[in-house]
Design a protein around this ligand. Structure first.
Ligand SMILES: CO[C@H](O)CCc1ccc(O)cc1
Length: 115
């Protein structure tokens, strides 16, 4: 089309997309390592190595208490979950592989929803 303006998204539109994306992340079969905060008392070294822990339940709490300015600040927290996972787990481990699969799923879905 000759005229193709980018449709701007309101704050409400962006938060709606965050809710849909988070629901899909939580429902994913590989989400189990990421659903709740890592128990740093049970996992030696975790608190020392991972400076900014993040998980899907914490993201949900931040979303419902309006702590995300926009889609970008939400995506930053989701990526933090996967970056923490890569830092702490071997690629060739159950949780390492789950993290890579979840990141691939998330990247595909948010780009689809934004098209
Ligand atoms: C998202 O999961 C965290 O990376 C913790 C991974 C972990 C926890 C306990 C273990 O024995 C090994 C790895």
């Amino acid at each position: 089309p000759i005229y193709c303006a980018k449709k701007t998204k309101t704050h409400k539109d962006e938060l709606g997309i965050c809710r849909v994306l988070l629901a899909e992340l939580e429902a994913h079969q590989d989400a189990w390592p990421f659903l709740t905060p890592v128990n740093h008392r049970a996992v030696p070294g975790y608190r020392k190595v991972i400076k900014k822990p993040m998980d899907f339940s914490t993201i949900k709490e931040k979303l419902t208490s309006n702590q995300y300015l926009n889609l970008e600040t939400f995506i930053i927290d989701v990526n933090l979950v996967f970056d923490n996972c890569e830092r702490f787990n071997e690629d060739d481990s159950e949780i390492g592989r789950a993290g890579h699969r979840m990141r691939r799923f998330f990247d595909k879905r948010w780009t689809e929803l934004l098209q």
